[in-house]
Design a protein around this ligand. Sequence first.
Ligand code: PLP
Length: 389
Amino acid sequence: MKQVYLDYSATTPVKDEVVKEMIPYYTERYGNPSSLYSQGLDAKDGLEEARRRVAGLINAEPREIFFTSCGTESDNWVLEGTADTLKNKGKHIITTKIEHHAVLHTCQYLEKQGFEVTYLDVDSEGFVKPEALEKAIREDTILISIMMVNNEIGTIEPIKELAAVAKDHGVLFHTDAVQALGNVPIDVKELGVDFLSISAHKIYGPKGVGALYTRSGLKISSFMHGGAQESKRRAGTENLAGIAGFGKAAELAGKNLENHIEHSSKLRDYFWKKIEENITGVQLNGPKEQRHPGNLNVSFDYIEGEAILLMLDANGISVSTGSACSSKSLVPSHVLEAIGVSITKMNGTVRFTVGDFTTKEDIDYTVDVLIKIVERLRELSPVTGQEGW
Ligand code: PLP
């Protein structure tokens, strides 16, 4: 059966060049970068090369890159570390209602520790308004955390403007750029951010490696305690093969950025046009402009996203649902809720994300299958055509 992977925002396939870069760190260059003999020094060289490459992709200085185990750890570190460092200055944090759970659940944890969190509203396309941010800032605000690109609906936030508001008020600014990396140009100097979280497995690198950019001159409490790795900021023997893979993936992402954006956005637009032309009762969630180049978030009237997902899977096609339902609980998507999508549309939402290996044939095949699935599910739906849907 034909296999079509349309979930690039969940994770990406690891590119061959990346795997090739990683293998020597398992076979020959397996020294510990903290060891003082030649093999350790060679491993350390590999580590620093990767740091230069990752820094290069976001125009940071290599010393501003601290490797972590994933984007989630980077988000946890910056929120908890800043809270701990600045708790005597203030206990107020600002974020948004559409952040990834790595940020939202950490904020909820901090609320239990006595911090106060303001969750900013977004507009119907998912944009955060700089004026709303300005209004929310208080004397005791210590950190603002706003994502660069939303993982569900693809909204690209005006981070430069938002960071400027934070700077005007002397408040530190963090952005979760996990979905942005490799999909939009990132220049930390131009953006004016203090902290930025990234992850390798969204840019054709390995899983289990991330980084936190920390602007030179800033230092927050550590999240991992132990050895002196990562300039004594993040303890733990480095996942060197993973980090080397991250470095290679970052180098490739930098070289390929323009082509990647053009390829993905062309396919995405073609995909949406075909859906719109062939299926009735569909709605695109998120913005038309300023959108992740590979993201399509679509609500199908009268039917369940999970049913679509399972039937697509039976035809070899991998996608995500927008409703974030787990097998155990039906939790509506906090992102779709925040942009005002009705609960019924929310339940019929699917996220398709395309990437470097997606082809026009993949899209044609998927739309052909999708037309049949939607027709079949609507035939079965007890609510087709009823008022309120
Ligand atoms: N932040 C965003 C916006 C994400 O989309 C993700 C992963 O999907 C994460 C953070 C977590 O990254 P990781 O999977 O590396 O922990």
